[in-house]
Design a binder for this molecule. Structure first.
Ligand code: MBD
Ligand code: FE
Length: 309
């Protein structure tokens, strides 16, 4: 475009003023970033010849997104949360960190302060029918040494894809526990196989996804924070194999190494021995934590969470 306003003296002066480049106050990093982002918006408006009506529709959209509490939902939908993970992966590669369980995004539905139990937990409260899941494994370091006393903080959706706290029909901390590993680094829980999550169909996130020709579904998954003193905090998820959206996640969280086999146990003896009367699912999954190092960015991310109930 030959008649660009970008880089004209007038727009350059405007951008410098906007970002406070002409004053000595404020925060230098914030100033530089704001100036860049606003300049990028100017350029986008110009390049796409965005009309005032379109611009104000976007302003209304952002207002609605915040009012609906969906900022944290659109972020993974736009791949931004995955991009942050890719950057952490890259930083770890550069620092020579390798061999740990792959990370993937936290997502917006963690609640701090879930009940802490030793070794073994039941995550469902028994009020819901569904396919029983037994999941177990070991937490180890990259040398294969078991990490006893590690914390496996697990959370997942119910059989309708809803998360307690955000879904008022569930009791507090349903499908949420912190499990402390035993001396052999083992954890184990009984739960129900979750269903995938779908963005609220009438919400602003889905409204934008519609404009992009995209769905707002996630494959069924289980979230984990895994931590042990002296080791890098792991944020990850496993996917339930066989889900329609396994490789078509609106939040881009599916990764190699995070799709364990789901074994169906249909032996009548085994079913009875577990006190059940129907076939159940079984997943084995071990977590491997890397040693903490000073040369790589921290993986314990500080972000706002839903307040503990
Ligand atoms: C979820 O359960 C989730 O994990 C993400 C990333 C986004 C929306 C719902
Ligand atoms: Fe989730």
């Amino acid at each position: 475009m030959t008649d660009s306003l970008m880089n004209t003296p007038e727009v350059n002066r405007l951008l410098a003023k906007v970002g406070g480049a002409d004053n000595a106050n404020g925060n230098a990093r914030v100033k530089a970033i704001v100036q860049r982002v606003v300049a990028d918006m100017f350029r986008t408006i110009e390049e796409f010849d965005i009309t005032p009506d379109e611009f104000w529709a976007a302003a209304s959209y952002l207002t609605a997104l915040g009012q609906a509490g969906e900022v944290w939902l659109l972020i993974p939908g736009l791949g931004l949360e995955t991009f942050l993970d890719l950057r952490l992966d890259e930083a770890e590669r550069k620092a020579g960190i390798a061999g740990g369980t792959p990370r993937t995004i936290e997502g917006p539905l963690y609640v701090a302060g879930a009940p802490l139990v030793k070794g073994e937990a039941r995550l469902d409260d028994g009020t819901e029918q569904g396919e029983v899941l037994f999941m177990e494994g070991q937490v180890r370091d990259t040398e294969g040494r078991p990490l006893g006393g590690a914390i496996v903080d697990v959370w997942h959706a119910n059989t309708r894809g809803g998360y307690s706290h955000f879904d008022p029909t569930q009791k507090p901390y349903n499908f949420r526990r912190r499990i402390e590993t035993d001396a052999e680094g083992r954890y184990r829980f009984r739960s129900l196989l979750p269903s995938g999550y779908a963005c609220p169909p009438a919400g602003p996130t889905q409204k934008l996804l519609d404009q992009l020709g995209r769905h707002g579904n996630r494959p069924a998954h289980i979230h984990f924070f895994v931590s042990a003193p002296g080791h890098r905090h792991l944020t990850t998820q496993i996917n339930i194999d066989g889900d329609t959206y396994l490789h078509d996640d609106f939040a881009f969280a599916t990764r190699d190494g995070l799709i364990p086999a789901v074994h169906r146990e249909s032996d009548a003896e085994v079913i009875r021995a577990r006190g059940l009367n129907a076939p159940f699912a079984r997943i084995a999954f071990d977590f491997v934590l890397s040693r903490e190092v000073k040369t790589a960015p921290a993986t314990l991310v500080h972000r706002d969470h839903a307040p503990a109930a």
